[in-house]
Design a protein around this ligand. Structure first.
Ligand code: OAD
Length: 248
């Protein structure tokens, strides 16, 4: 792959970098995206059922089991080259922030020490009534929905559903990183879901050099300083090679 020299120079010099990721970064790990193409999740499953509080209240065990199956599937999958390149970048710049909309924990599995999870995480559960948090038992072999140890109400995965607010602290940290970064790299995001989709615009408005990695066009194309068209698992290792002259 050939990259513009301005892009290479920006990446070599930058000490404050934000990697902002969506479902596309995990696609080559075997996790389908939500809304591009025939195999995407919302083509096959109704988000009103599986990603709203109302859907959960109507049929809690159905929703719990759907996420249980996803958790099981993720256990058998691995972070891909794009996750590993992002993790390796921590050694190359003073301040690397990873902000993700994903709930799969793959950035942490690839070695990123702190990750801002805007849409929650499958690593945790919380109870429906009081929001008491508990670590999800990854070794559980039962699909049966558990109850909260503190109050007895039903547990749900600690993920953000449509109509719910993003976790305040995560969003505040994300905004601060966007306002302060020199380079912002948006990878595998459709830019369809707000407020997360505001972040690249905020970063660009604050002067960051904006890079997008995506095989398909998005609303960000016009604003981006550089559009790298392709799959993250191919583009990111090639970019690393071009910037640092070795393999990640
Ligand atoms: P989407 O499924 O909306 O978009 C995935 C994006 O990744 C698209 O723009 C694809 O073109 C791109 N893509 C596909 N394969 C790729 C690859 N190999 N490398 C790079 N990019 C690739 O996923 P998100 O934008 O993450 O929220 O969706 C945002 C939110 O909507 C999710 O967090 C989830 C969903 O509903 C909730 O469930 C609340």
């Amino acid at each position: 792959m050939k990259f513009e020299s301005t892009l290479i120079e920006q990446l070599r010099q930058a000490q404050r970098i934000v990697f902002f990721t969506g479902a596309g970064v995990s696609q080559e790990s075997g996790i389908p995206t939500f809304r591009d193409g025939p195999s995407s999740i919302w083509q096959h499953f109704d988000p009103e059922i599986y990603a709203t509080v109302l859907g959960f209240d109507n049929n809690p065990s159905k929703v719990w089991e759907w996420y249980w199956d996803r958790r099981q599937a993720f256990k058998a999958l691995e972070p891909n080259a794009a996750h590993h390149v992002i993790a390796a970048w921590q050694e190359k710049a003073e301040n690397v922030t990873v902000i993700t909309q994903n709930i799969d924990g793959f950035h942490q599995r690839a070695g990123n020490q702190s990750v801002i999870e805007l849409h929650g995480s499958l690593a945790m559960d919380k109870c429906r009534v009081h929001g008491h948090y508990s670590k999800h038992d990854v070794n559980s072999t039962s699909r049966t929905q558990p109850s909260c140890a503190e109050c007895g109400s039903l547990l749900r995965p600690d993920v953000v559903w449509f109509g719910e607010a993003l976790p305040d602290e995560a969003y505040d940290q994300a905004e601060i990183a966007c306002f302060n970064c020199e380079v912002f790299i948006c990878i595998g995001c459709s830019m369809d879901v707000y407020p997360a989709a505001d972040l690249p615009y905020n970063a660009s408005a604050s002067g960051a050099y904006l890079i997008q990695v995506n095989p398909n066009p998005t609303d960000l194309d016009e604003m981006a300083d550089c559009n790298l068209q392709g799959n993250a698992g191919v583009v990111m290792p090639a970019l690393w090679q071009a910037v640092w002259g070795n393999t990640y």
